[in-house]
Write a protein that binds this ligand. Structure first.
Ligand code: NDP
Ligand code: PYC
Length: 345
């Protein structure tokens, strides 16, 4: 049902409808059932948690990516046990989601034996948020860290030419009797998807997100996206974190940097194709003795944040999740839904 007549009119869809729609669009564009199911799950979770830049909107870029010759539509990820604490999954040029799903089981088995374990994903098309992955691991009582490059859209602090991807990093910590502590953000001032949403709605960008081709600050989304560069968050600190992600989820794992993935894309505008690194830590191996007591001390840290009225990352998301689940539906902008329906033609 459409709820308003203005340009911000929304259509209510149940989560089942979001999932079914995403699956239908993806399979309509030739993606295998297994790949499409894994993506539809993540897109539905994004919409449920009101992460609009990585929810159903992403079907537009997924289908664009599917038109790009590089994607293997029926790719079956291949898991290899590299011994000790390393699991590698070759996504075989499918999307990252199925590769994560098939590799995470062995990652969890390993971390329970070694205390720290890594999941290396190679050769994947990557468009999604990272919190679904760290949350899935944290649900098993481990702490987790995930990172991936993207395409080089972001200038280093002090420079004006794009070198870094928007390079997200996500961390999750299992809390005692509470939803987990999770953060997940781009190391650019904001995700590129967010700037794309500003362009769609014709809004000016806040200052500090991007620059034009001459390196001057710009609040025009099209200028920043098509001619200039995005900025890192926190100046040189974001620049250094972005560099670390390029290294750890690029050359360290034998995969592409954001500059390389953009060259391979060749201007097609497909999702970045490269690697991802996921680390898991089993708290039982790190404590000096009583890891349960250590986890309770961690709770005091969270109390020290929230007691003064500051919020924890993911609190907005968890509130949105609870709203969506109790309403039984999510609100999709009607204009976006119209564009998405075109994908079924
Ligand atoms: P934000 O700048 O909105 O930062 C998001 C994180 O910060 C969330 O954990 C969020 O929690 C938390 N947060 C926001 N405001 C506050 C606050 N006031 N107090 C405490 N915590 C806060 O998002 P980005 O634009 O940087 O990234 C959005 C998404 O884009 C991420 O999920 C990321 O993974 C994805 N992305 C994916 C890429 C890829 O290549 N695959 C590339 C770049 C980004 P909450 O959600 O509760 O608001
Ligand atoms: O929003 O920056 C972004 C992004 C890049 C790849 C997927 N999302």
């Amino acid at each position: 049902a459409e709820t308003a007549t203005s340009s911000d009119a929304c259509v209510a869809l149940t989560l089942e409808e979001v999932h079914a729609f995403a699956y239908r669009v993806l399979t309509h564009h030739g993606l295998s059932a297994a790949q499409a199911q894994a993506i539809a799950r993540v897109i539905t979770a994004g919409e449920r948690d009101e992460c609009h830049s990585h929810g159903i909107y992403r079907l537009l870029s997924c289908t664009k990516t599917l038109q790009h010759g590089g994607v293997v539509r029926d790719a079956r990820p291949v898991v290899s046990d590299r011994g000790l604490g390393v699991v590698a999954v070759d996504a075989q040029f499918g999307f990252s989601q199925l590769a994560f799903e098939v590799g995470s089981q062995l990652l969890l088995e390993k971390v329970r034996k070694t205390g720290i374990a890594a999941l290396v994903i190679n050769n994947c098309y990557h468009f999604s948020a990272l919190w679904p992955e760290v949350e899935a691991l944290v649900a098993h009582g481990v702490a987790a860290l995930a990172m991936t490059p993207s395409h080089s859209w972001v200038a280093p602090a002090g420079g004006c030419r794009p070198v870094f991807g928007t390079n997200p990093i996500a961390f999750g910590w299992p809390r005692v009797g509470e939803l987990p502590y999770v953060f997940d953000f781009a190391t650019s001032a904001v995700a590129r998807g967010e700037i794309e949403l500003y362009r769609r709605s014709g809004r000016a960008l806040p200052e500090g997100w991007g620059m034009d081709a001459e390196g001057e600050p710009s609040c025009d989304a099209a200028t920043v996206l098509d001619q200039g560069a995005m900025l890192t968050f926190g100046g040189y600190k974001g620049s250094a974190l972005a560099t670390m992600i390029e290294l750890l989820a690029g050359p360290l794992i034998g995969d592409m940097t954001s500059v390389e993935s953009r060259i391979v894309d060749g201007g097609a505008g497909a999702a970045p194709c490269h690697g991802e690194l996921v680390l898991a830590f089993d708290p039982r191996f790190f404590s000096q003795g009583d890891f349960r007591a250590d986890r309770l001390r961690a709770e005091k840290l969270f109390d020290g944040i929230t007691d003064q009225g500051a919020r924890l990352p993911s609190q907005r998301r968890f509130n949105a999740r609870s709203r969506s689940l109790s309403a039984g539906c999510v609100q999709i902008p009607a204009a976006l839904l119209r564009d998405l329906l075109q994908l079924l033609r």
